[in-house]
Design a protein around this ligand. Structure first.
Ligand code: F6R
Length: 261
């Protein structure tokens, strides 16, 4: 795992977007795994103006609420069109989100896994982290080997996401269809971005362990190509922060991104 400590939220967002843009420029036909949420809004703003080529890539989103149709204002399908897909040259037929409206959610989940496999697997998966320690909507006690399935959202998550539902947690759907932790770990590369003091505790638990399904994000420790990009506030509770800073400053491969660190 590589920890990239950025001076500000703006730098952390810009670095994340720059890395994704660089991958797209190098391999335009790549398979990109996408996340939603407040943190990613700024990443997509940056990406939309980066000039990165989206015309050949295929995308898979981590999750979608159960019971919200794709044209619902709070669905993640709408979110993705609003923040990214309508602003770049992407072929919308190559964008995928789980079908939260499926009558048979088990079959829909299986189909999502099949579509990811048919695309050749995910090259780069973008991740945020929730206050409950989730990646995707893998709430506490999600098996590290879990695949796409529907999960009940924790009260913590419904509280966290209430802002997108008029501030009322009761309006946040109770369930979501989400890639599993195992699905995420199968991606060839992971980038997790977290910003702000509200994430400091859960970031430290995910990054420095112990490995536990109580904090699904701790599973990223099992991945062999994982970057965690943090602003100073989100990094505030890391115990070995001086070491991570030393590594980042002395890694030659980070030279092009030195301005952000
Ligand atoms: C959403 C998702 C979630 C969010 C996480 C952080 O697709 O996968 O794991 O990344 O809840 O959300 P924000 O950025 O709103 O704090």
């Amino acid at each position: 795992m590589e920890i990239l400590l950025c001076n500000s939220r703006a730098d952390a967002v810009a670095l994340t977007a720059e890395l994704i843009a660089a991958r797209l420029r190098a391999t335009p036909a790549m398979v990109l795994g996408l996340a939603t949420g407040r943190t990613m809004e700024e990443v997509y703003d940056h990406l939309a103006t980066s000039g990165a080529p989206f015309d050949q890539c295929t995308t898979f989103n981590l999750d979608e609420y159960v019971g919200l149709p794709p044209d619902h204002p709070q669905s993640y399908a709408t979110y993705m069109r609003q923040y990214l897909f309508d602003r770049v040259d992407i072929d919308i037929s190559r964008t995928h989100l789980p079908d939260g409206m499926a009558e048979d959610l088990v079959a829909a989940a299986r189909d999502y896994e099949r579509r990811i496999a048919a695309a050749g697997g995910i090259d780069l998966q973008l991740l945020g982290i929730g206050a409950s320690g989730h990646i995707g909507f893998n709430e506490p006690l999600s098996a590290f080997r879990s695949r796409t399935r529907d999960k009940i959202l924790t009260p913590t998550t419904r509280e966290q996401n209430a802002g997108m539902f008029g501030g009322d947690p009761a309006q946040v759907p109770k369930r979501a269809l989400t890639m599993g932790v195992g699905t995420i770990l199968d991606s060839r590369e992971l980038i997790l971005l977290a910003c702000g003091s509200a994430k400091a505790d859960v970031v430290a638990r995910a990054v420095e362990g112990p490995l536990t399904s109580r904090i699904s994000a701790s599973a990223i420790q099992l991945h062999t190509s994982c970057k965690v990009i943090l602003d100073a506030e989100a990094a505030a509770e890391l115990q070995d922060i001086d070491y991570y800073r030393f590594v980042a400053r002395n890694e030659e491969k980070w030279d092009p991104y030195r301005q952000y660190l």
